[in-house]
Design a protein. Structure first.
Length: 368
């Protein structure tokens, strides 16, 4: 299938030297460069400007700052984004464009890393002024013997402030054969950490609520949530709990996160009930969650009927819904966004899946 070639935005001036060992990268003020000609490509942009850093004398090009760097099929980046949030699986997209499913998986990972940085750059760094709603979105990785939660913190504006993961042990009713298989798998790969939910929720709240801040936090009656809040002694939480058995209507205090859970399951093929397109790696599920968060916060309207703008507009972060080309305008670098902790582990693909012994981490030039 033919794909419309993307519109390429020209880089008028490189913002800094991309080489991580160059001192001007951390302090670009007064930084100078010289132009070193061009090289030609078979795909847009056909002519790429080359530069040389006047400080470290190393070469780079304008493609270094593009989200399409080193892509053989840059024309697939935008269509892949749209199809991932339209409930398409990797192999469905691959069949449509006549490429390998690993090509689509690589594009999904690239988009996920970019969206992780994009959201971290745009989200409010001050203490949220609206009540927050916390919940764990139940899904699984690799097989149903390895359930997990995607912890979401959503404001009453429907803005998703942050997310992370928590591994779980399979529970519920099981046949004797299933219980035996769970025992075998846990003996082989280890048992999930019983404190994972408390640790991850603590990390998430630490990231969303700055030190000295205070918020109203609404959640269900999960016992790990108050334990996580008690460990954050430099933050103040007014915890309001609502039973998860209460009807999921607009009058429910947990409605913002219930709506997010519904939309996430509706628009993601890997979270559909009884799907065969489930995520084989937890890291892949997190990259796709980052894509969904950017789409939900900055691109999708809060209401399909009233057209009031995306949740980010309600917080004054954007003037109108962003287009995908605005989201993908420039490549973002993790050291420039000052990632730490779980965000760093997630960006570099270090979130392991227990049932896969060799989880390959992300390695890229010019990143750190």
């Amino acid at each position: 299938m033919s794909v419309e070639m993307p519109i390429v935005t020209r880089l008028r001036r490189p913002p800094f030297c991309p080489h991580p060992t160059c001192d001007s990268r951390s302090d670009p003020e007064g930084w100078r460069f010289i132009k070193k000609g061009f090289y030609r490509r078979d795909r847009p942009p056909r002519q790429v400007q080359k530069y040389q850093c006047s400080h470290c004398r190393r070469n780079f090009s304008s493609q270094t700052f593009s989200t399409r760097y080193w892509l053989k099929r840059p024309d697939l980046l935008e269509p892949t984004f749209h199809r991932l949030v339209a409930c398409s699986g990797f192999r469905q997209i691959a069949r449509e464009f006549g490429v390998s499913h690993s090509t689509i998986r690589g594009l999904s990972d690239r988009l996920g890393r970019h969206c992780l940085l994009f959201h971290e750059q745009k989200r409010p760094k001050t203490c949220p002024s609206e009540p927050l709603v916390l919940d764990g979105f139940r899904t699984f990785e690799h097989s149903q013997y390895w359930p997990m939660d995607l912890n979401l913190v959503v404001g009453t504006s429907l803005f998703v402030f942050g997310f992370n993961d928590a591994e779980l042990r399979r529970s519920g009713t099981m046949r004797p054969a299933q219980a035996i298989k769970r025992q075998i798998l846990e003996a082989r790969y280890g048992r999930p950490d019983p404190q994972a939910t408390r640790k991850r929720v603590e990390e998430l709240l630490r990231r969303v609520v700055p030190p000295g801040g205070g918020v109203t936090l609404r959640s269900d009656e999960h016992p790990s949530y108050p334990r996580a809040m008690k460990r954050l002694r430099d933050r103040t939480f007014v915890h309001e709990r609502t039973s998860s058995k209460v009807g999921r209507t607009t009058s429910n205090p947990l409605f913002p996160v219930n709506l997010s859970d519904m939309l996430l399951r509706h628009s993601s093929a890997n979270h559909k009930r009884e799907t065969i397109a489930f995520s084989k790696r937890r890291q892949s599920a997190l990259y796709r969650a980052a894509i969904w968060v950017v789409w939900r916060n900055y691109m999708k309207d809060r209401s399909e009927n009233r057209k009031v703008g995306p949740p980010a507009k309600a917080l004054g972060l954007v003037e109108r819904a962003l287009s995908l080309r605005q989201v993908l305008t420039r490549r973002l670098f993790p050291d420039r966004e000052k990632l730490s902790g779980w965000l760093t582990e997630c960006y570099f693909g270090r979130i392991r899946t227990r049932a896969i012994r060799n989880c390959v981490a992300h390695r890229a030039r010019f990143v750190t």
